[in-house]
Design a protein around this ligand. Structure first.
Ligand code: FES
Ligand code: FE2
Length: 421
């Protein structure tokens, strides 16, 4: 957000605060069938669509700070390694040796001069070329130029590293993120550094986990003793761009902004800004740190959750700064996300398996949950197709990169049928 956009957003939030209501998201109550969170066939179709045809966030750029630094995938289903080359370029490869397929980079992160396979010692350059085979005389006629690592599309943009599961895709991240890419640039996400990253498995559907972020309704109840203090009388404004959502939540101190001249208004002093970066990243800008959360499905009721917390070096210097950071991490990661948001998502998921209500009902302030659901559903592969879909509902989404131009559906809908509820 540029400064004048921050001023406009703060004015939107101040006006909402007067009404004591979130910005209107839906005009009427809608329902979501609980099978959205339990159906294996549906998950397979989501994996073949949302997770296959769009760029995915691999990590923050600071994780690949120098040549040779690499990050491996958090999700076995998509076993990539992203690495910065000697030429400074970021590339992605299948993390798989071309000899007999051993996993090449074994750690989650590291820094190497080249990749050496642990099985028989083949060596690969950072640009994926096979530099040498051990006992090369046993491979007569095998051309090393044909046995480089299998490359995947990768890009560095907005301070993030992106990869795609579609080997033929060309990544245009500014086009994909639209105006929200400007936000990543204007908030200078690229200059942040990593504090800590965690990876755990949660016993809940990936969409159920993301949806816990998409409304402020629960904050005074579920987060009564924690977040509710920072978001007292909190109100939410929202924007969409293509398949992505931005929500801006006023913090308790928002009223204080009017005491300053407008050219000093900075949104992160008085609000937190949240993004769903379609499909599986939830990106949070807080006043003094950033959280990148990603969700990788294992089964309809199991999901890998990663949380990467970033900060600005100058804000937390020395041992005092580091212990302040640790306090924030424990508060956000362990208490708010793990013990409150995702614990209630697991609680809901457990209940889905044993009958009871066959749908969830969403109030007017929960409209973003329906928008997120509709965005996924609109891009689903048809039933009973192989993973690569060529007859999608969405003619723009074959290519992982172009700006998604699917018309925005602002009409309240029953998300099962697509009909107005
Ligand atoms: S599998 Fe990698 S060298 Fe044999
Ligand atoms: Fe929450």
């Amino acid at each position: 957000m540029k400064q004048h956009e921050q001023v406009a957003m703060l004015k939107r939030l101040l006006a909402l605060r007067e009404t004591r209501r979130d910005e209107r998201m839906l005009d009427e109550v809608v329902t979501i069938p609980v099978t959205k969170y339990t159906d294996q066939d549906l998950l397979d179709r989501e994996l073949a669509s949302a997770f296959s045809r769009f760029p995915l966030v691999a990590c923050h750029a600071s994780a690949l700070a120098e040549p040779g630094s690499y990050v491996t995938s958090d999700w076995e289903r998509f076993p990539y390694v992203v690495v910065r080359g000697d030429d400074g370029r970021v590339r992605a490869f299948y993390n798989q040796c071309r000899h007999r397929g051993a996993r090449l980079a074994g750690e989650r992160t590291g820094c190497v001069k080249n990749f050496v396979c642990p099985f028989h010692g083949w060596v690969y350059e950072l640009d994926g070329m096979l530099r040498g085979m051990t006992r090369a005389h046993d491979f007569p006629g095998v051309d090393t130029r044909e046995y480089g690592l299998v490359e995947l599309p990768a890009a560095e943009s907005g301070g993030l590293i992106w990869v795609s599961r579609d080997p033929g895709a060309t990544l245009d991240i500014p086009g994909f993120l639209g105006t929200f890419h400007d936000d990543l640039v204007n908030f200078d996400v690229a200059s942040l550094v990593q504090y800590k990253k965690t990876r755990v498995v949660k016993e809940a559907n990936w969409k159920l986990l993301i949806k816990t972020y998409l409304e402020g309704y629960h904050v005074p109840y579920l987060h009564r003793d924690t977040l509710a203090r920072a978001f007292k009388r909190g109100v939410i404004a929202h924007d969409e761009d293509g398949p992505h959502i931005r929500l801006s939540a006023a913090r308790t101190n928002i009223g204080e902004v009017t005491a300053k001249p407008e050219d000093e208004w900075r949104i992160l002093d008085h609000a937190s800004v949240y993004y769903t970066l379609f499909p599986n990243t939830f990106f949070i800008l807080h006043p003094d740190y950033v959280s990148i959360n990603t969700f990788w499905p294992l089964a309809p009721d199991r999901t890998i959750w990663t949380h990467d917390m970033l900060y600005r070096d100058a804000d937390f210097s020395g041992s005092v700064g580091q212990s302040a950071l640790e306090k924030r991490f424990v508060f956000t990661n362990d208490t708010v996300f793990d013990q409150e948001d995702f614990a209630i998502a697991e609680n809901v998921q457990r209940g889905l398996e044993h009958g009871g209500s066959d749908h969830h009902v969403l109030g007017l302030a929960e409209g973003l949950l329906a928008m997120f659901q509709n965005t996924i559903d609109a891009r689903l592969t048809p039933r009973d197709t192989t993973p690569r879909d060529t007859t999608s509902h969405d003619s723009t989404s074959h290519d992982a990169t172009p700006r998604d131009t699917t018309p925005r559906d602002t009409t309240p809908r029953d998300t099962t049928t697509g009909q107005p509820a």
